[in-house]
Design a protein around this ligand. Structure first.
Ligand code: VG1
Ligand code: CO
Length: 574
C-alpha cells in the first residue's frame, strides 16, 4: 500500500506570539471557533502539545490517532495537525476518515493499536459553527483524557512558545479515501506516515464483543414482537454509528427510528447536549407513547440520555446505579469480572448503595473523566459515571454514549421490557436518591467568583456546621454536618487536586454542591447540584423538582446566589 511521494517536504519554523489563556479545563481547551482560527491560536496549542510529547517520549517518534466530532473547523484543523506532525517528528498519524470519529471510538482505537495517544477535535456538548465553539482534547496511551500533570505542562509550554514547526507543502491530504501514505521530510531520519482509517469499524467490532447482539436483536424484533425505540443523534458525530449498529448490524430498521443522524458542521443549530432541555425533540417524540425506549447523544458521542416509554426520564445518576447493579447480564463483565464502581463527586449517591449491597469499593473523584483513568488501569473499578449524562466502563477510557444505550438494551432484553419497571424495582431495593442540577450559564463579571470565594470562607471558618435551617417548603429542617471544599488524592499515583467544588452535607445525608464549570467558552457558569435520599416507598413516584424544592431554596439562600449572579432562575435544570 505504501506509496512514497516524490518530493521531499521542507520544514518551516515560523515565529509566533504565545497566548496566556490556553489552559485546558475539565475536558480539553474550549474557545469560540473564531478564537481558534485567528492568530495561529490553534497552531500554538498543538505546538505546545508536540513539544511536551517530544519531551515525555524522550525523542522516540510517537504514533497518534486524530479524530473529531465534525463541527466547523474539524477538517481544516486536521490538515493543520498533519502539516505540524510531519515537522515535529511524529512517526505516524491514524486519521479518521473525513476526520470524524466519536470520542469513545478514538479511545477504542488508541487502545486497540497501542498508539501513544490521540488528539480529539471537539468541544463536545458545546454548540458548533463559526459563531460557536471549537475545542481540542489530548488523550494518552491508555486511551483516556490527559491527566492534569500533562495538561498543566502543555499549558506552561504554550505560555513560552516562540515558534511553530510545520511542513507547508503537505497540503490537501485526501481524508476521504482509506489507505496509507508515506512522505519524506527534509531533516527527518524516518519518513512520516499517515493512515486514513474507517471511523466506525473498530468501535462497532468491539461493541459486538462486549454485548450479546443476538439478544438485543431478539429484543427489538423477536418472538415477543417489535420493541420500537427512538434514537436522536442531535446532528453530532454519532449518526454513522447509530445507522451502522441499529440498521445494519442489528438489522432493525423497522423497530429503530432514528433522527438527526446526519453529522452537520453546526449540528443543525442544535445545542448537542442530551438533556431534557436541549434534547426536547426526543422528549416530545417519546411523550406520544409510541416508543419503548429513547436515547440521545452529545456532539462527540460520549454522553447519553436514556428515556423510557412516555418520556420517563432516567437520571444519569440512577442510570449508573441501575447498570452497576445489573452488569452481570453483559458478556464483557461475565468474562472480565466486576471490580469496584466510581462516580464524580456531584453525582448522587445512588451507586454508593449498590456498592454497599454488593460489597464493592466505591470511589468518589472530582468532575471530569480524566480522574477515572488510573482507577480503571489498576482494575479498581469496572463502571463509572457522572451526573452530566456520562456513563462508561473499563472497556475504554472515555465515557461512552453508545455503550450506555447497548447496556440499557441488554437490561431490557434480560430483565424487564420496561425502563420504568426496572427503575421502580431498583428503588424498591435500594431507596431513591432524588437529584437535580441547576445551571446558571455564561454569567458576565466577577459575581460567580465572589460567590465561590465567600463559600470557601464559610468552609474555612466552619461557621455553619451544626446550624439548622427551616425551609419555606414542607416544614423540613436541615442541619449542616460538614461543609468543605472537595479535594482528591488519586489512590494510584498520589496526585492531588483541590478546590473541586463546595460541598454542604446535612445530617440526613442530603447534599448541596456548588462549583464553576470548566467547559464553557464564555463568561462563568455556576452549577448547583442537589442530592437527597428517601427510603419511604410512597415518595418514589414523586416529582424530583417537587421533592427537592426545600433543599434548592436553602442552597440559593446560603450562597446568596441571586445577589451574586443577578440571576433569579437557572438557564437549564436537569
Ligand atoms: C462538564 C460536566 C462534567 C464532564 C465535562 C465534559 O464539565 O459537568 O461532568 O466531564 O463537562 O463532558 P463542567 O466543568 O462544565 O462542569 V463532555 O461531553 O464535554 O466531554
Ligand atoms: Co462529550
Amino acid at each position: 500500500m505504501s506509496n512514497p511521494e516524490q518530493i521531499k517536504h521542507a520544514i518551516e519554523i515560523r515565529t509566533t506570539k504565545p497566548f496566556t489563556d490556553q489552559k485546558p479545563g475539565t475536558s480539553g481547551l474550549r474557545k469560540p471557533t473564531k478564537t481558534f482560527k485567528a492568530n495561529q491560536y490553534f497552531e500554538n496549542f498543538i505546538q505546545a502539545y508536540f513539544d511536551d510529547l517530544t519531551e515525555t517520549m524522550n525523542g522516540k517518534p510517537p504514533t497518534l490517532v486524530v479524530g473529531g466530532d465534525g463541527r466547523h473547523f474539524v477538517r481544516e484543523s486536521a490538515q493543520i495537525i498533519i502539516q505540524m506532525a510531519a515537522a515535529n517528528n511524529i512517526k505516524k498519524l491514524l486519521v479518521a476518515r473525513d476526520a470524524k470519529m466519536s470520542t469513545p471510538a478514538v479511545s477504542c482505537v488508541i487502545r486497540k493499536y497501542g498508539t501513544d495517544g490521540g488528539i480529539v477535535l471537539t468541544a463536545s456538548h458545546n454548540p458548533g459553527g463559526i459563531d460557536n465553539d471549537f475545542g481540542v482534547k489530548f488523550n494518552i496511551a491508555n486511551g483516556g483524557p490527559a491527566p492534569e500533570a500533562v495538561t498543566n505542562s502543555v499549558y506552561d509550554k504554550s505560555r513560552q512558545l516562540t515558534n511553530i514547526r510545520l511542513c507547508p507543502t503537505l497540503t490537501n491530504i485526501d481524508l476521504l479515501t482509506l489507505g496509507k501514505h508515506t512522505y519524506e521530510i527534509e531533516g527527518r531520519s524516518i519518513p512520516f506516515e499517515i493512515e486514513i482509517i474507517d471511523s466506525v469499524d473498530d468501535y462497532v467490532q468491539f461493541m459486538k464483543e462486549i454485548f450479546d447482539f443476538d439478544k438485543i436483536r431478539n429484543l427489538l424484533n423477536g418472538e415477543k414482537g417489535k420493541f420500537p425505540i427512538m434514537i436522536n443523534a442531535l446532528s453530532g458525530v454519532m449518526g454513522p454509528y447509530v445507522l451502522r449498529i441499529f440498521h445494519q448490524e442489528l438489522n432493525a430498521k423497522n423497530a429503530v427510528t432514528v433522527k438527526n443522524c446526519e453529522n452537520l458542521e453546526d449540528f443543525g443549530g442544535h445545542h448537542p447536549d442530551p438533556n431534557l432541555t436541549y434534547a426536547h425533540e426526543l422528549v416530545e417524540d417519546m411523550e406520544h407513547g409510541d416508543y419503548e425506549f429513547g436515547a440521545a447523544f452529545d456532539g462527540d458521542g460520549d454522553r447519553n440520555m436514556i428515556l423510557g416509554k412516555g418520556g420517563f426520564f432516567v437520571t444519569p445518576c440512577d442510570s449508573l446505579a441501575v447498570l452497576a447493579a445489573n452488569l452481570n447480564v453483559i458478556p464483557y463483565f461475565q468474562k472480565h469480572g466486576i471490580h469496584g464502581y466510581a462516580r464524580s463527586m456531584p453525582t448522587s449517591g445512588a451507586v454508593d448503595r449498590v456498592a454497599a449491597k454488593n460489597q464493592k469499593l466505591l470511589y468518589e473523584v472530582p468532575t471530569g473523566w480524566k480522574f477515572f483513568g488510573n482507577l480503571m488501569d489498576s482494575k479498581l473499578i469496572s463502571i463509572c459515571g457522572e451526573e452530566s449524562f456520562g456513563t462508561g466502563s473499563d472497556h475504554i477510557r472515555e465515557k461512552d454514549g453508545m455503550w450506555a444505550v447497548l447496556a440499557w438494551l441488554s437490561l431490557l432484553a434480560n430483565i424487564d421490557r420496561s425502563v420504568e419497571k426496572i427503575l421502580h424495582a431498583h428503588w424498591n431495593t435500594y431507596g431513591r436518591n432524588f437529584f437535580t442540577r441547576y445551571d446558571y450559564e455564561e454569567i458576565d463579571g466577577p459575581g460567580p467568583f465572589s460567590m465561590l470565594k465567600k463559600l470557601e470562607q464559610m468552609c474555612m471558618s466552619n461557621e455553619l456546621v451544626n446550624k439548622s435551617f427551616n425551609t419555606p417548603y414542607g416544614n423540613k429542617q436541615y442541619t449542616i454536618k460538614i461543609m468543605d471544599d472537595f479535594h482528591y488524592q488519586d489512590p494510584v499515583d498520589g496526585s492531588y487536586t483541590e478546590k473541586q467544588g463546595i460541598r454542604i452535607i446535612f445530617t440526613d445525608g442530603s447534599r448541596l454542591v456548588f462549583r464553576l464549570s470548566g467547559t464553557g467558552a464564555r463568561g462563568a457558569t455556576v452549577r448547583l447540584y442537589v442530592d437527597s435520599y428517601e427510603n419511604n416507598p410512597s415518595t418514589y413516584t414523586k416529582d424530583a423538582q417537587e421533592m427537592l424544592r426545600p433543599l434548592v431554596s436553602l442552597g440559593l439562600e446560603i450562597a446568596q446566589l441571586e445577589e451574586f449572579t443577578g440571576r433569579d432562575k437557572p438557564t437549564v435544570i436537569t
